[in-house]
Design a protein around this ligand. Structure first.
Ligand code: ADP
Ligand code: MG
Length: 271
């Protein structure tokens, strides 16, 4: 039988959920990440921003164990490379930027995939697994969607199903790669508020990437800006979302104004 991993938010107080030290990743012999350092405290929400191609998705994939990163990544005090796949899946759940949608699969079967780390090899899901899935579908306003085929859902509904699968996994660290880019602003807020509520109620830790900088700043405790595979700024949203940094690394002309929950970034047409 697979035992519970001796890691998680309760492993030891003060131990960070994620610690990345001097991470280098090359893909097809091209350096993509060069010397990235990143710490996410347990219960914290950290959002990685940066222009297209900066390496944000690659960083999340490495933290999620989808890319080899020997020695560079520690999850709740345990070297990521030492974790077995099933054990890692109980600790960290990923919502990829564009998840593959298996043809013909129902919402229920897709979300049940999140329970795989709890189902014995060659076994079937238990009533507890189905209950866990029901609860998550209810929370995400997807009651009644169980039998719907994933391919027939709207972009927003599908995005909530992707999130449901990650939540059904019961992991305490959520890696969200542009989780709301397919959503209208109403659903975007709904999903982010829900993630934040789960974070407060269940002590989840969130490491996300997001394109909408104002929204990113409203939800993150801290932000990290990547450019060309390197960390170029990190700190509070107010420290990272500056007109100067956005002009330098995004080549964007913006005004940053104060909002109730953090700075708001307004694109301004260059003169
Ligand atoms: P971001 O998420 O910040 O837009 P990515 O992490 O997806 O950036 O990609 C970073 C860089 O790595 C991009 O230049 C991309 O083209 C490159 N890249 C991604 N995957 C591969 C791969 N398999 N082989 C070579 N280069 C890749
Ligand atoms: Mg990306």
């Amino acid at each position: 039988m697979s035992r519970q991993p001796a890691i998680g938010p309760d492993a030891a107080p003060g131990v960070p959920a994620v610690e990345v030290r001097d991470l280098h990743v090359s893909l097809d012999r091209t350096p993509i990440l060069a010397g990235v350092d990143l710490t996410v405290a347990a219960g914290e929400w950290v959002t990685v921003i940066g222009p297209n191609g900066a390496g944000k998705s690659t960083l999340l994939r490495a933290v999620g164990g989808l890319l080899p990163a020997p020695g560079a990544i520690t999850l709740f005090g345990t070297p990521s490379a030492a974790l077995r796949r099933r054990d890692r899946a109980r600790v960290v759940a990923t919502v990829a930027q564009s998840p593959v949608v298996p043809p013909g699969m129902s919402v229920l079967d897709y979300v049940l995939l999140g329970r795989t780390p709890y189902i014995p090899p060659l076994g079937r899901e238990s009533a507890a697994d189905v209950d866990a899935v029901d609860e998550v579908l209810d929370r995400l306003d997807l009651t009644g969607f169980h039998r719907r085929e994933l391919a027939t859902l709207s972009g927003g509904e599908r995005q909530r199903v992707f999130l449901a699968r990650a939540l059904a996994q019961g992991a305490t660290l959520l890696l969200l790669d542009e989780p709301t880019s397919a959503l209208d602003i109403g659903h975007q807020q709904e999903v982010l508020e829900l993630v934040d509520q789960l974070r407060r109620e269940h002590g989840l830790t969130v490491l996300a990437t997001m394109h909408d900088l104002s929204v990113a700043g409203e939800y993150a405790d801290r932000m990290v800006m990547l450019a060309a595979g390197r960390v170029v700024a990190s700190g509070t949203p107010r420290e990272v979302l500056t007109e100067h940094l956005l002009a330098t690394h995004y080549r964007a002309s913006v005004r940053v104004v104060d909002g109730a929950h953090g700075p708001l970034v307004v694109p301004v047409r260059p003169r």
